[in-house]
Design a protein around this ligand. Structure first.
Ligand code: DP6
Length: 328
């Protein structure tokens, strides 16, 4: 029998304008569009093999078998088996190039790599758009980890029109994305559950009124490479996301003491001429965006914060790609 095996690498991404809230939970159609950048140094590598020799699906993520994660992965494999008209069970081995305990174990890079590796293994040859649509159904933000560089996800009207595409190549802008991994408890509320609460925040409707304008504005500022205005909008957007999570019922506080220390550090550095702006997802870690020339100055300052466990420097990177070397 032909070997149904392939391996893919996919980047994590950080959103400049965030996805938070769904119009359709099953298809993961978002309430609004979003804009992100693929990260060069936060990668997931996944090998998928389908074979009649396997009796069940075996899913190994970062050397462990986690039942809850496995369910979500198997559901995704089922979609791909349906598309490819095959029944074979599979073995999936996936690992991140960043420490599993960092709390960055992003579903974005995971589902993007899984989508590409599994479709390739079955012999399907999908377009970038089709891959992005499929990755989105696994995890919304994963659709943005398929294309290269700076990416826009249009919310779309239905499943076929809700996908991400590259709006600027990785080399468009010489920016650094410094990830400050902050100490703290493992995050309590995952994104899927957190965003179910959006309509309980009195501010969510207000957010949707301005979001199209924000997306248009940020794209224009990226195009013009207007770093200070881009940064102001980026930071305001991150704080708005957290204003929503802080005001849902129940409220979700994603920040840890170290998160606030890093936010303050970034603002202080800025007032002293060292320009960087932060953004934060549904977790405690802080992503600092700066022009490349300021990376080392900001990293040096971050090293002075005891609650910062690890620092990972990225630049805008490539999207998901097939690689030759398998994990098993
Ligand atoms: C805060 O893509 O993880 O990172 O679609 O339910 O899997 P699901 O959610 P997910 O949510 C990401 C939310 C965010 C913002 C963003 O990446 O845009």
């Amino acid at each position: 029998m032909k070997k149904l095996k392939a391996t893919a690498v996919a980047p994590s991404n950080i959103a400049f304008i965030k996805y938070w809230g769904k119009k359709d939970e099953i298809l993961r159609l978002p309430e609004n569009g979003s804009v992100s950048v693929s990260l060069s140094n936060l990668l997931t590598k996944t090998t998928v093999e389908f074979s009649s020799e396997y009796q069940t699906d075996k899913i190994i993520i970062n050397k462990a078998e986690d039942k809850k994660e496995a369910r979500r992965v198997i559901n995704h494999l089922d979609r791909i088996r349906d598309l490819a008209h095959i029944n074979e069970k599979s073995k999936v081995v996936s690992s991140n190039n960043f420490p599993a305990s960092s709390g960055l174990a992003s579903s974005a890079s995971g589902f993007a790599a899984l989508t590409l590796a599994a479709t390739k293994a079955t012999g399907l040859s999908l377009t970038e758009k089709e891959l992005s649509v499929l990755a989105r159904i696994g995890s919304g933000s994963a659709c943005r980890s398929i294309p290269n560089g700076i990416v826009e996800w249009k919310e779309g009207k239905d499943s076929d029109t809700s996908y991400a595409f590259s709006i600027f190549p990785p080399h468009h802008w010489a920016i650094g994305i410094i990830v400050a991994i902050v100490k703290g408890e493992k995050k309590e509320v995952g994104s899927t559950d957190g965003m179910k609460l959006v309509n309980t925040s009195p501010f969510f409707k207000e957010r949707l009124l301005n979001i199209e304008w924000k997306i248009k504005k940020i794209k224009q500022l990226i195009k013009e490479k207007n770093f200070p205005l881009f940064g102001e909008l980026l930071e305001a957007e991150a704080l708005e996301l957290h204003a929503i999570t802080l005001t849902t019922r129940p409220a979700i506080i994603y920040w840890q003491p170290g998160t606030i220390k890093v936010m303050k550090l970034v603002q202080k550095a800025r007032s002293e001429g060292l320009l960087g702006y932060f953004t934060i997802d549904a977790g405690p870690h802080v992503y600092i965006i700066c022009e490349k020339k300021n990376v080392s100055g900001l990293v040096k300052r971050l090293r002075g914060i005891e609650e910062v466990r690890n620092i990972i420097v990225n630049e805008p990177g490539e999207g998901a790609r097939i690689v030759e070397e398998h994990l098993f």
